[in-house]
Design a protein around this ligand. Structure first.
Ligand code: HEC
Ligand code: HEC
Length: 297
């Protein structure tokens, strides 16, 4: 394995110990969403054993494990990954994933071969094999949808990381240089905090990163890596039990490339990724993520 690169903190958001003092606290009132007959308070939205279901018509009926989990240790998949499987920046976009791939990931979290999420480790250690299968089949059946808008830029709004490892815009913070980072924030904070699947995220990426990523992904960059399309499919929408990459959240992609390289993701099938990641720099991972996230999911 190549020398492990320094961990890119921007891709691994962790709740800031000191929260900004000027964030307006929630008023506790029920929220609504245009076009939805539902209403939930923020406390109900954040009940991780009862995923809010604002728009039941845009996804198949949720099985119990997805909607409610199984108390006390298996939280509802739909809370963090949303009933649409599109997830948030800090979790994962699981809609349309192959069943065998999905099941393998939960097993890898259980054995500890895959790290990166304490929540997933606890869930994996307590979920039954039947529940994993039911959840995998549900998310495999959910049609992927466009969720992240990729924008090349030099400057971004200043952000902070709020509760639940969620990156949000700093009120009154103005802008700052992006530098060599990806900053992914909600298109609409209220909608995302309500776990409402109407709107997703915008990923700000450095200028030129999409084109640089395209070269690596489609050609391998003169031996620097391996053409990703060979295994992940010509449109990066997955092939057999190899997962789709197109349109997934950008920082999630960086985290996975980093963890395959560092050995924190070392499941039975991770050796297939070894050659692809061994010589990548953090900057290469950033470029690759900018490109694959910009593709149609
Ligand atoms: C508290 C939030 C939370 C809940 C609840 C949750 N997950 Fe996750 N899930 C995560 C996070 C965080 C990750 C990993 C993100 C990373 O590695 O960057 C993840 C990753 C995954 C992955 C890997 C996706 C991939 O592309 O490889 C699978 C599969 C998964 N979760 C299944 C489930 C199932 C099944 C449930 C319900 C039983 C569930 N999750 C509930 C937060 C959650
Ligand atoms: C030889 C086949 C192969 C090649 C080439 C390959 N991959 Fe993969 N990739 C896989 C397999 C297999 C997995 C699933 C590993 C597992 O099940 O744990 C995977 C998983 C991933 C994941 C994790 C997806 C998720 O949802 O967590 C990412 C990200 C990824 N690959 C990116 C890439 C990129 C970028 C390239 C090109 C630079 C690439 N891969 C080239 C086989 C390949």
């Amino acid at each position: 394995m190549a020398m492990a690169a320094d961990k890119p903190d921007w891709a691994f958001p962790v709740t800031d110990k000191v929260q900004p003092s000027n964030v307006v606290p929630d008023d506790g009132k029920p929220k609504s969403a245009p076009g939805s007959s539902k209403s939930y308070t923020r406390a109900q939205v954040d009940d991780l054993f009862n995923a809010p279901d604002w728009f039941p018509d845009i996804h198949p009926p949720m099985p119990t494990i997805v909607a409610n989990g199984h108390a006390p240790n298996v939280r509802a998949c739909g809370s963090c990954h949303l009933p649409t499987g599109t997830g948030h920046d800090e979790s994962a976009y699981v809609a349309g994933q192959p069943v065998a791939y999905f099941i393998r990931q939960v097993e890898d979290y259980k054995s500890g071969a895959r790290k990166g999420s304490g929540s997933m480790a606890t869930i994996a250690q307590n979920i039954t094999a039947e529940e994993i299968k039911v959840a995998a089949e549900y998310f495999a059946s959910v049609k992927p949808r466009t969720w992240v808008r990729v924008v090349e830029t030099d400057t971004v709004p200043k952000t902070y990381v709020g509760p639940g490892n969620k990156r949000l815009t700093l009120p009154g913070g103005g802008n700052e240089p992006l530098g060599r980072r990806i900053i992914q924030i909600p298109e609409d904070e209220e909608i995302v905090l309500n776990r409402d699947p109407r709107k997703g995220f915008v990923a700000y990426v450095p200028k030129g990163s999409i084109a640089a990523g395209e070269v690596l992904v489609t050609t391998g960059g003169n031996g620097k890596t391996v053409q990703c399309t060979i295994c992940h499919g010509a449109t990066l929408q997955g092939l057999a039990d190899i997962p789709p990459l197109a349109g997934r959240t950008a920082n999630y992609i960086v985290r996975q490339l980093f963890m395959f390289q560092s050995g924190e993701r070392a499941g039975s099938h991770s050796p297939l990724m070894a050659q692809a990641v061994q010589n990548l720099t953090i900057d290469d991972m950033l470029n690759i993520a900018a490109y694959v996230t910009s593709r149609e999911p």
